[in-house]
Ligand binder design. Structure first.
Ligand code: MRU
Length: 343
């Protein structure tokens, strides 16, 4: 399985997701500013992976600081200012804040060692969580059909195994005969570059389609279900995920196809009543007007780039978490899951 992010004696090592699949290059971040930059520039991306990177960013920040107590909040705030939508970023930072507060009065060297241990634990837990999500979701995947997915919610978007792709992997491991249709995911091409690559590495039969083909195939009868990840899920079950997810969800419902969202509990934001309140990242317009640095639109054209959209809960058949499934009414089912122990 691909190593998305690792803590090593040399620093925080990440596979550079801006260069896959053409080059497999690893980047070593030796301070927290480099980790923040890697999140912002999407060397590492995907909500759970961003959460792990944030925790490791805090750990390397305090490890490299001459006065970790004095620098702690600046490190956290710098990391928190990288990307606004994936709540896992803030979850990872909050976890480190709680740990640090609990070590008040201890010698700095002990606190730093504990921060490093915690960040490594966040990564290990994430892999285990993805496997549990897969186990809970595998039964939902119809045998003998195609699963459509959008963006990359795979090993690369997590510490390993994936959420949406974890469900697909678990279904395959159970012996189900399925194949995958991967939306290319304009403009950053996570589907074409990352999902296609990691499923191919695993030998899972995958067909790449452009985003505007999804409706055509959802109407064709071959798609058994849609499974996607999430960046933030509001208390009522509205789901923020990669731009284009909403269109897929509407088309799935129109064609009577179940639309599943696979995400860890750390992606729930129960402080928000609805998806209306989820902050949507707007990225640079040149990611739309250019492909790999080559302009494809007339110079000076206006372009927009909301990186995420919100799918209202009425389009969501179930949310698959490591603690089990949530179904409508989501306000109740999500709250109940949030109070459960992991299983
Ligand atoms: O902009 P990205 O690539 O970070 O967006 C990623 C997604 O939208 C994923 O679907 C989501 O983070 C879930 S990853 C398990």
């Amino acid at each position: 399985m691909v190593e998305t992010i690792e803590w090593t004696p040399a620093g925080v090592v990440m596979i550079d997701q801006t260069r896959l699949p053409r080059e497999t290059v690893f980047v070593t971040c030796t301070d927290y500013l480099q980790v923040a930059d890697a999140i912002r520039t999407m060397i590492i991306r995907g909500a759970p992976a961003i959460g792990v990177a944030a925790a490791m960013g805090v750990a390397i920040g305090v490890a490299k600081s001459a006065d970790p107590d004095a620098d702690f909040e600046r490190i956290c705030e710098t990391l928190a200012a990288t990307r606004p939508t994936a709540v896992n970023l803030f979850w990872g930072i909050e976890r480190m804040r709680r740990l640090w507060a609990g070590l008040h009065g201890k010698p700095a060297v002990e606190k730093v060692a504990a921060a490093v241990r915690e960040a490594i634990l966040v990564r290990e837990e994430d892999i285990a969580i993805c496997k549990r999500i897969g186990a809970h979701g595998a039964d939902l995947v119809p045998d003998g059909k195609t699963v459509l997915t959008h963006c990359n919610a795979g090993a690369l978007a997590t510490a390993g195994y994936g959420t949406a792709l974890g469900v697909i992997r678990a279904a395959v491991e159970k012996g189900k005969k399925i194949d995958v249709f991967a939306d290319e995911t304009r403009p950053f091409l996570q589907g074409a570059r990352l999902t296609a690559w990691e499923l191919q590495q695993d030998g899972i039969s995958t067909t790449l389609i452009t985003d505007n083909m999804a409706g055509h195939f959802l109407r064709s009868g071959r798609i058994g279900c849609v499974v996607v990840g999430a960046d933030r899920i509001a208390g009522n079950g509205d789901v923020a995920n990669k731009i284009g997810t909403y269109s897929v969800a509407v088309l799935a419902k129109e064609n009577g196809i179940p639309f599943y969202v696979a995400a860890p509990i750390s992606t729930l934001d129960l402080t928000l009543e609805s998806g209306e309140q989820i902050p949507i990242e707007e990225r640079a317009a040149d990611e739309v007007t250019s492909v790999f640095g080559v302009p494809i639109a007339p110079e000076g054209i206006a372009a927009r780039h909301p990186a995420f959209d919100v799918t209202p809960n009425r389009y969501v058949s179930a949310i698959i978490t490591e603690r089990g499934l949530a179904r409508a009414p989501f306000a109740e089912s999500l709250r109940a899951l949030s109070l459960l122990e992991d299983r």
